[in-house]
Design a protein around this ligand. Structure first.
Ligand code: GLP
Length: 242
C-alpha cells in the first residue's frame, strides 16, 4: 500500500483524477468501481471538466458503484444512482447501460446481491476501485463487524453511519437503516484500489485504518493487504500519520 499526501482537497482530487484518467487512456474499456460521499465530489468535477475540455473520454468504460440504500430508487435525490447521475454520469460520455448501481428497491435483495456479483464477474472484474472512508473505517457500507464479508450483501447500518449520513437527509429518521454493498471480498478482488480521504475529521481513522492492526473492526484496514492500493489523503487527513 502506498500513501501519498496531497497539499489540500483540490490537489487530492486532481491526483485521484489523474490516476483514473491514466487508466482510461491506457485501457479505454476498463471497469471502474465508483464511490459516493462528499470526498469524491472534487475528483468527479475534475473528470467532468477534463471531459468537457476533450482530454478524456469514458465512452467504452463500464462502472459499478459500491453501494446503495435499500428502498431508494433512481429518482430519489438521496439515492446513490441519483448522486452518480448528477455528479458524473450525466456530465461525461459514459453509456448509461454501462453504469451499474445496486437496485435498492429490488423486491428480492439477496437475488439482487447475487445478480450484482455476477455482473461484475461477467465484466471481467474491476480494474480500479475508488473508495472513500467512513469515520468508523467503513468502506462501501461494510461496517465494523466480526469478520470480513465476502460478496455483495445487505447490511444493517450503524448508528454512527446513520448520523453521519443524515446531513444529506431532512432528518436522521429518514436515513434508510439498510443498504446493499459490495463485500470486502469484492473490493479486494479489484486489480487496483484508490482511496481518497480529506479533512481533519478523518485524521484518526486514516491512522487507525492504514497504520493500525488489520481487523474487521476497522474494515478499511484490510486494504493494507491489497497488492496494489494507493491512498491519497490531504494534509488535514494525514495529520496523525507523522
Ligand atoms: C458513505 C458511503 C461510503 C463513503 C462514506 C464516507 O457511508 N457509503 O462509500 O465512503 O460515506 O463519505 P464522505 O466522503 O462523505 O465522508
Amino acid at each position: 500500500m502506498r500513501i501519498v499526501i496531497a497539499d489540500d482537497y483540490k490537489a487530492m482530487s486532481r491526483m485521484a483524477a489523474d490516476e483514473i484518467e491514466e487508466l482510461v487512456a491506457s485501457d479505454p474499456s476498463c471497469v471502474l468501481g465508483l464511490a459516493t460521499g462528499s470526498t469524491p465530489l472534487g475528483l468527479y468535477a475534475e473528470l467532468a471538466s477534463d471531459f468537457e475540455a476533450g482530454k478524456t473520454s469514458f465512452k467504452d468504460v463500464t462502472t459499478f458503484n459500491l453501494d446503495e440504500y435499500c428502498g431508494l430508487g433512481a429518482d430519489n435525490p438521496q439515492g446513490y444512482r441519483y448522486f452518480m447521475n448528477e455528479n458524473l454520469f450525466d456530465k461525461v460520455d459514459v453509456a448509461g447501460p454501462s453504469t451499474h448501481v445496486p437496485e435498492g428497491r429490488s423486491g428480492d435483495l439477496d437475488a439482487e446481491c447475487a445478480r450484482y456479483d455476477k455482473m461484475i464477474d461477467e465484466a471481467g472484474g474491476i480494474d480500479l476501485q475508488l473508495l472513500g472512508l467512513g469515520h468508523n473505517g467503513h468502506i462501501g457500507f461494510n461496517e465494523p463487524c466480526d469478520e470480513f464479508p465476502k460478496g455483495t450483501h445487505v447490511v444493517d447500518l450503524t448508528e454512527s453511519t446513520i448520523n453521519a449520513n443524515s446531513r444529506l437527509f431532512d432528518s436522521a429518521d429518514e436515513v434508510p437503516r439498510q443498504a446493499i454493498t459490495m463485500g470486502i471480498g469484492t473490493i479486494m478482488a479489484a486489480r487496483r484500489v484508490l482511496v481518497v480521504a480529506s479533512g481533519a475529521d478523518k485524521a484518526s481513522i486514516v491512522k487507525k485504518a492504514f497504520l493500525g492492526p488489520v481487523t474487521p473492526e476497522v474494515p478499511a484496514s484490510i486494504l493494507q493487504f491489497h497488492p496494489n492500493a494507493l491512498v491519497i489523503v490531504d494534509e488535514e487527513a494525514a495529520a496523525e500519520l507523522v
